[in-house]
Design a protein around this ligand. Structure first.
Ligand code: BDP
Length: 679
């Protein structure tokens, strides 16, 4: 063989084989499929068959036995729990009292293999922290996705029920691999059409595909459905004909989908219809639906995301509306509450409903899709944000009453406990738009299963499964992921600033935004309140009083400007520009340094990423590289826009050791994004 041939062969091997082109479509499930492991089981079911197949084709260790049984040890675990014992080299047993538990156990083994984690001896006991672990798709029936940034919906309603996209199964598999066991297929701004017989036939087909993977289907419903679909004069929940309509509809659904999960409802919120249209309460509405689903074991997830235009601080409203209803909901209702009191902002304090409502089951709603965090252009790993939320102390039963303990059954043993994440999944070949956005889907599932996992552990698992085992890649990339959320907060909304986004699309900055006639609480000024004296929203007892919705001593801590955490300072206080921060800088200077730190950090991310080129495939490398360029430009845009605009109030110079703005404020004000590209 001459040198040229050898060279060409080597080149071919490197480009096609070793560094295989990658589109990200395989997500974190990339185990080679050449294995032929010996797998046995004592029982058969469609779910167990999947577990067996997954192991047979991917497990490279000793024979595995899957055992479905109900022994004492297993009965101490939740239904989906499992025990893995044995030795990777000699023989492994996975035991569970349910077939889904065996499937989760199989994925656990594969995860250990793919992350090269741990010793050969295995003694693992797992039981999920939340019973119901759901994704919420904000997917419309016409294929668009509200706040979706990865292409159109994966649900192809116009092709169903006849044609079945291969993605449905891949979706089910990916979710099962991280423990997700429920999915709401359609947008909370729900079209009544989802409940027509035609659509229910389509939903049935999807449910049939997801079922063996342990995933139940749920639907968002429009409260006016009886009127719109059923031709009734109204949809008053206390009206017997309305109640009958829902009972009939529930019967129809369960005839098609015997394990249907239930309804998710956005009512009397942002223009959606609801029980208040008839002078009834949220509890009246939720209970009426709950009664219709009850005979079949279905549940109602009733959202607490409510606020009305008016003088009341938006951050206080959900609490004001729902607290008086505490204890008035049926057993099969769970109230779904966003992590923060306003709306998925880059950083929010936790909603005071957590630890507030004690007699009603509450489920956290997290946003996986990055509506307020740079869409699928910015690399922002959300596990640190969610961990901050989970670990927040509500003090409802004294110190240590964390949000997780108020929702996972530890403090309040309600019959339901659950968590939801608003999905970031679309038709894009890599599912989530940004390769690193897959990590947020992954992290949501892992934390829903076990909120005690650290962001560090999750990032490492995901990186190892998704990219490579090499430390030269893992160590710097993990750090970058862990730093990424605080970085985004810095260049977008540091120190507790919130909702200073551009009108409607929520991508870029528009702190000056003023739309004549618009609801004031949809305008940034409402939230930042910048004036000659200072900036921030006074939610102390002298302001809107939102601090009073929290328990003592947190309430007092937040109320006092000296003890309020600086990361939330402008959320709770209107602070003078000259106020001295803990590091003795003035507020204005600190604001400037924070914005600048955000920008510098993204530049650093670019440098780190460029050094990663040799570790991974070209395709994903360049994709992420170009997204980081966008993120870097956007960070400067955010910094310049916010600092130049706020400077018109502070009247102070930007500290001279900070990189100077490169934009003119007037030009930034003219930017109008083309929604087609960004939303
Ligand atoms: C906001 C979104 C809006 C959603 C709403 C909701 O901007 O598109 O419909 O939340 O959660 O964050 O209902």
């Amino acid at each position: 063989m001459n040198r040229t041939v050898l060279y060409i062969l080597l080149l071919f091997w490197f480009s096609e084989g070793y560094l295989k082109a990658e589109d990200g479509g395989r997500l974190w499930l990339r185990a080679e499929t050449t294995a032929t492991a010996q797998v046995t089981t004592n029982r058969k079911s469609p779910t167990i068959t999947i577990a067996v197949e997954e192991l047979k084709t991917q497990w490279k260790g000793a024979p595995v036995q899957l055992v479905l049984k109900r022994d004492k040890e297993l009965l101490g675990l939740k239904k989906d729990g499992y025990i893995i014992s044995g030795d990777k080299q000699k023989g492994v047993t996975v035991r569970s009292a349910s077939d889904t538990g065996l499937l989760y156990g199989a994925y656990h083994l594969l995860r250990l293999q793919e992350t090269q984690n741990g010793s050969d001896r295995l003694q693992i006991t797992e039981s999920p922290k939340y019973d119901l672990r759901l994704l919420n798709h904000w997917d419309n029936l016409n294929g668009t996705i509200e706040r979706g940034y990865a292409g159109h919906s994966i649900w192809k309603w116009d092709e169903l029920p006849e044609k079945i996209s291969p993605r449905y199964k891949e979706y089910a598999r990916a979710n099962a691999s991280i423990g997700i066991n429920g999915t709401v297929l359609n947008n909370v701004n729900a079209s009544p059409a989802i409940l027509t017989s035609d659509y229910l036939q389509k939903v049935k087909v999807v449910a049939d595909i997801l079922r063996p993977y342990g995933i139940k289907v749920y639907l968002s419903v429009n409260f006016s459905s009886p009127q719109i679909l059923g031709g009734l004069p109204g949809s008053d929940p206390l009206e017997p004909t309305v109640q009958q309509w829902w009972r009939d509809k529930a019967g129809e659904i369960y005839r098609l989908i015997p394990d249907f999960g239930g309804f998710l409802v956005k009512a009397n919120s942002e223009g959606q219809p609801g029980p208040q249209d008839y002078g009834r309460t949220h509890a009246d509405g939720a209970n009426m639906l709950a009664d219709a689903l009850k005979p079949y074991g279905g549940i109602v997830m009733w959202r607490a995301f409510v606020y009305n235009p008016g003088n009341e601080d938006r951050a206080r409203q959900a609490y004001m509306e729902f607290m008086p209803l505490d204890g008035k909901f049926r057993e099969n209702v769970i109230v779904q509450v966003k992590n923060g009191p306003v709306d998925f902002q880059p950083r929010e304090p936790f909603s005071p409903l957590f630890g507030g409502m004690e007699h009603t089951a509450l489920m956290p709603e997290l946003q996986v899709t990055q509506e307020y965090l740079g869409f699928s252009n910015h690399l922002v790993f959300l596990a640190p944000q969610w961990k901050e939320f989970f670990d927040s102390d509500t003090y409802c039963k004294g110190e240590g009453s964390t949000v997780t303990k108020t929702t996972d059954g530890t403090l309040f043993p309600h019959s339901l406990n659950a968590i939801a994440g608003v999905a970031n999944i679309g038709q894009d070949i890599n599912w989530c738009g940004h390769h690193f956005a897959q990590a947020n889907w992954y992290a949501f599932g892992r934390l829903a299963w076990n909120h005690a996992l650290t962001a560090d552990e999750i990032a490492e698992e995901w990186l190892r499964m998704t990219f490579t085992q090499q430390d030269g890649f893992i160590i710097p990339m993990k750090q970058m992921m862990l730093d990424s959320w605080k970085t985004a907060v810095n260049y977008m909304m540091p120190l507790g600033l919130h909702h200073i986004f551009a009108w409607e699309h929520h991508y870029g900055p528009e702190p000056w935004c003023d739309i004549p006639g618009a609801r004031p609480d949809w305008l940034p000024r409402y939230y930042h309140n910048a004036d000659e004296k200072g900036i921030g929203f006074d939610r102390t007892i002298h302001g809107s009083g939102a601090v009073s919705q929290y328990h003592s001593p947190l309430r007092e801590q937040l109320n006092d400007i000296e003890t309020c955490p600086e990361d939330l300072l402008l959320w709770f206080h209107h602070v003078p520009w000259d106020y001295r921060m803990k590091n003795s800088r003035t507020l204005w200077d600190e604001l400037c340094y924070r914005y600048d730190a955000g920008v510098q950090q993204v530049r650093e991310f670019q440098k780190i990423w460029d050094r990663m080129e040799s570790y991974i495939d070209k395709e994903r490398f360049s994709h992420v590289q170009s997204r980081l360029k966008i993120q870097s430009r956007d960070a400067v845009w955010w910094k310049d826009a916010c600092l130049l605009y706020f400077q018109t109030y502070s009247g102070k110079p930007i500290p001279y050791d900070i990189e100077r703005p490169v934009h003119e404020l007037d030009n930034l004000k003219k930017i109008k994004l083309d929604m087609k590209h960004h939303n």
